[in-house]
Design a protein around this ligand. Structure first.
Ligand code: AMP
Ligand code: ZN
Length: 479
């Protein structure tokens, strides 16, 4: 039996089609190594809270991961943390976002402050993705811990004549890489934003390293800071190998950041870089892209303050296809919350046990295996909920299966029901008041009320208990 399960896991047979930005068409996915998917997503720049647009890109990588795991693949997922070097604009002479964050918080511009500012927003990011039920990636590498790898890449590119020095840094020579701009967008208005510099050989050339005598790292060619693009190339290949399966990010990164990642990696390694490129469209507000520079950056905390659970925001995102832009309105997410609560209520009323319904399973897989069509999969879920011909037990089993990809709360409802049964036997060890505080804290965490959750933890500790958050829920112990 175990052998059979192992065999099945290593030999996923379903055809999963993905829209590959490289080539601009849907292609059947073929892994580079049998049964495995190695994927990388451009992570947050931790100078401030992530906004709800950013979070869409992490829901895309989470759904991609979950779909492949569902299909039986072993997935290795990396999301990087950019804690320096990401400039406000695409031009190499705009301001570093981390320095902007230090200025905003009235802190002196030095490395220590920069890294501690990053610590604050890394914690906030982890809380956000946890609240949205985005699985923690296998590796969350921090750019500042990988500068040596970036320096090594730049050295290789210099040795191979793909890079050259100017008075302010080391630049990649885009004319030397014949495939430059393979993802599209090059030569367009995005590139005109890079700016003209007398010392650059070509307008599209970009910085691999910027000299900076005050803040930065030592390198053979002078103290400074690596460019943002080389960060991703160095960290993705460090953990996934020189060639890997899937790279994801928002559409704003196609023209410059991702074309530049490909140019650096393939010039240095003589190997194809990422095989599939998946890009999510924007979340907009008043039909304008949500972004800090646009001045309309809504955070998950603000969403929670309006009484919307992070999982309802997740559900709302799933009702749109990742390649369609979604216009955020408060009415839309309130409606999503109502719908999700209705689904949870319907689920909680289901009685008995049953087998997964094969018809609905196939419809669900048909939707997701066709370029991660989550709106179609959500429609299938609603058809199932309303279908009176399917037994309650079978509905329940099928919804639980769907939730391994959706992550909208059926599984945690079920887990809570199970742990309520289990806790009967251990009731005497955990006093009622402590258990109640823990339940309240769980509720607060589910809703993203982190301050309240912290206050409740302090109250639990004051009563002589510790609370540890495990994947199976909180575990209480006497101190
Ligand atoms: P950043 O921290 O700016 O690198 O952004 C992190 C991720 O969020 C990147 O993949 C961006 O492409 C993506 N992103 C930024 N703004 C939006 C938006 N309004 N909607 C969807 N994705 C976005
Ligand atoms: Zn990146």
């Amino acid at each position: 039996m175990y052998l059979l399960m192992f065999f099945l896991k290593k030999n996923p047979t379903a055809e999963i089609r993905l829209f590959n930005t490289k080539g601009r068409m849907k292609e059947a996915f073929q892994p580079l190594s049998k049964g495995q998917v190695k994927m990388y997503s451009c992570g947050p720049t931790v100078y401030d809270y992530a906004h709800i647009g950013n979070l869409r890109s992490f829901v895309l990588s989470d759904i991609t991961r979950r779909v492949f795991e569902y299909a039986g693949y072993e997935v290795k997922q990396v999301i990087n943390i950019t804690d320096f070097g990401h400039l406000v604009g695409d031009a190499d002479d705009t301001e570093d976002k981390m320095l902007l964050g230090l200025r905003r918080e009235g802190l002196a511009l030095n490395m220590e402050n920069m890294l501690s500012l990053a610590d604050t927003y890394i914690d906030a990011f982890k809380e956000d993705i946890q609240a949205m039920n985005v699985h923690t990636p296998d590796v969350l590498p921090r750019a500042s811990d990988h500068v040596r790898g970036m320096v090594a890449y730049i050295e290789t590119l210099l040795q191979k004549n793909y890079a050259y020095a100017t008075s302010d840094g080391i630049y990649f020579d885009t004319a030397k890489f014949s495939d430059y701009g393979v993802l599209g967008g090059s030569g367009s208005e995005e590139h005109s934003r890079i700016g003209v510099s007398a010392e650059k050989k070509n307008q599209k050339d970009f910085a691999l390293w910027k000299f900076n005598s005050e803040i930065g790292w030592d390198a053979p060619w002078g103290k400074g800071v690596p460019g943002w693009h080389i960060e991703c190339t160095a960290m993705s290949t460090r953990y996934l190998g020189k060639s890997f399966d899937i790279h994801t990010g928002g559409i704003d990164h196609i023209a410059i950041h991702h074309n530049n990642e490909i140019a650096q990696a393939e010039s240095a390694n003589n190997k194809p870089y990422a095989r599939f490129w998946l890009h999510n469209e924007f979340v907009t507000f008043d039909s304008k892209r949500i972004g800090k520079s646009e001045g309309n950056a809504i955070t998950l905390r603000q969403v929670v303050d309006k009484g919307i659970s992070p999982l309802s925001y997740r559900y709302w995102l799933l009702t749109g296809h990742y390649r369609q832009s979604m216009n955020f309105t408060w009415d839309a997410v309130h409606a999503a919350q109502t719908a999700r609560e209705r689904a949870l209520r319907a689920f909680s009323e289901l009685k008995g046990k049953g087998e997964v319904d094969e018809v609905y399973r196939k419809l669900f897989e048909g939707a997701l295996y066709d370029d991660l069509n989550t709106p179609e999969a959500v429609a299938v879920m609603w058809r199932l909920i309303k279908d009176e011909t399917v037994s309650q037990g079978s509905k329940k089993a099928t919804l639980l299966l769907f939730d391994t990809v959706f992550g909208i709360g059926f599984l945690s409802l079920e887990k809570k029901a199970d742990s309520a049964k289990i806790s009967v036997s251990s009731e005497k060890e955990i006093p009622d008041d402590v258990q109640q505080l823990s339940d309240k804290r769980e509720q607060a965490r589910t809703e993203g009320n982190w301050n309240e959750a912290d206050t409740l933890r302090a109250q639990i500790e004051a009563l002589g208990f510790t609370v540890e958050d495990t994947p199976d829920g909180p575990v209480l112990r006497r101190t």
